[in-house]
Ligand binder design. Structure first.
Ligand SMILES: N[C@@H](CCC(=O)N[C@@H](CS)C(=O)NCC(=O)O)C(=O)O
Length: 335
């Protein structure tokens, strides 16, 4: 009998060859209401992330953009995803980046892997052990492991705990843009954020081609939109959830997805000038985006964890640089 492996994102007996992402299972909400089951309070919640993971990256960007650094603590797992899932570093290990530390939550000193956290909350849990995880240190249990919902909570429920310049002034989900934001999420999630995974994890030629073509059609649509937008953000002058959710995939595109996930019809730096400029503005001009991006974790994680794609774990050196400076172009784009 075949044994299952952490890298079986497509089950070995699945003839479609299509990657189907599991639905997140912890779906509680932190609320600004002090009587809520999970009330927004300073120092109460902890975020477990990986710097490699685009879904976790969404929550780190939002935490910083919303000025929640003293309100919500965070720690980072080791970049390698092994057979037991994500693991915490040990006390004597040194991995680059802030907060790559053993599980710092009181009572968790014996926890070696993220799975320990899942079993603490639900002893019979049988799903995948994914990041990000938002954890309630008071009740000792997971609030949510769904990044889109964690993003929304951080964006809207903690405003009364931070200065005005971060709270009411940074509205990532403003009423007047909600319809447009939801419309964009609708196609970007499937075709782009998840589309790179569906291309890269496909185990048949047909599944790969279907998904990679849909991905590039969606990128063409983003390019077209951005080339007509007044900028600098997706919806003009207002930075929204859409910028955050798109950025975490686009910043990984040239360094990893082009070669590792075979998303190589074009790359961003030579094929999508408007997306390239939009991405670079966020990275270079906004510390919440630039300082939460760790290319070393990103490149090592994908290329050394997905043994079904890259069995020898050799990490390609390029592209160099990982991201171009604001005003420099590759030769193909130079006028
Ligand atoms: N729907 C989830 C997806 C999170 C997710 O798939 N995270 C990946 C890392 S990029 C993970 O932790 N995978 C571990 C595994 O599948 O074993 C979310 O958006 O929060």
């Amino acid at each position: 009998m075949a044994t299952s492996s952490i890298t079986d994102w497509v089950k070995t007996d699945d003839k479609t060859g299509e990657f189907k992402r599991q639905v997140s299972s912890f779906r509680n909400f932190v609320s600004r209401d002090p009587n809520a089951e999970f009330p927004a309070e300073k120092g109460r919640y902890h975020l477990y992330v990986s710097y490699a993971c685009p879904w976790a990256h969404r929550t780190l960007i939002t935490r910083k953009l919303k000025g929640l650094e003293d309100i919500i603590s965070f720690s980072v797992v080791h970049w390698h995803l092994g057979q037991q899932g994500w693991r915490f570093v040990t006390a004597d290990e040194s991995v680059p980046g802030d907060n790559v530390i053993p599980d710092p939550v009181p009572g968790h000193s014996g926890f070696t892997h993220l799975r320990d956290l899942y079993f603490e909350s639900e002893p019979t849990y049988s799903g995948r052990f994914t990041v990000p995880v938002l954890y309630d240190k008071v009740q000792g249990r997971i609030v949510s492991n769904e990044s889109s919902e964690i993003l929304r909570m951080l964006a809207t429920e903690f405003d009364h705990l931070v200065p005005e310049e971060f709270g009411a002034a940074i509205r990532l989900y403003p009423e007047e843009l909600r319809d447009q934001i939801e419309e964009a999420h609708g196609w970007m999630y499937d075709a782009i954020n998840n589309g790179v995974y569906k291309s890269g994890f496909a185990t048949t030629q047909e599944a790969y081609e279907r998904n990679v073509l849909a991905l590039f059609e969606a990128l063409d649509r983003v390019e077209e939109h951005l080339s007509k937008s007044e900028g600098p953000y997706y919806f003009g002058k207002t930075l929204t959830e859409v910028d955050i959710r798109l950025f975490v995939t686009i910043i990984r595109f040239d360094p990893v997805y082009v070669q590792h996930f075979k998303c190589n019809i074009r790359d961003i730096r030579s094929g999508y000038p408007a997306i390239h400029n939009w991405m670079r503005n966020l990275y270079w001009n906004h510390p919440a985006f630039g300082e939460t991006t760790h290319f070393d974790h990103i490149k090592w994680h994908y290329t050394k964890s997905h043994l079904q794609i890259n069995p020898k774990s050799i990490t390609p050196v390029g592209p160099l640089p990982n991201i171009l400076p604001l005003t420099e172009e590759v030769n193909a784009v130079k006028k």
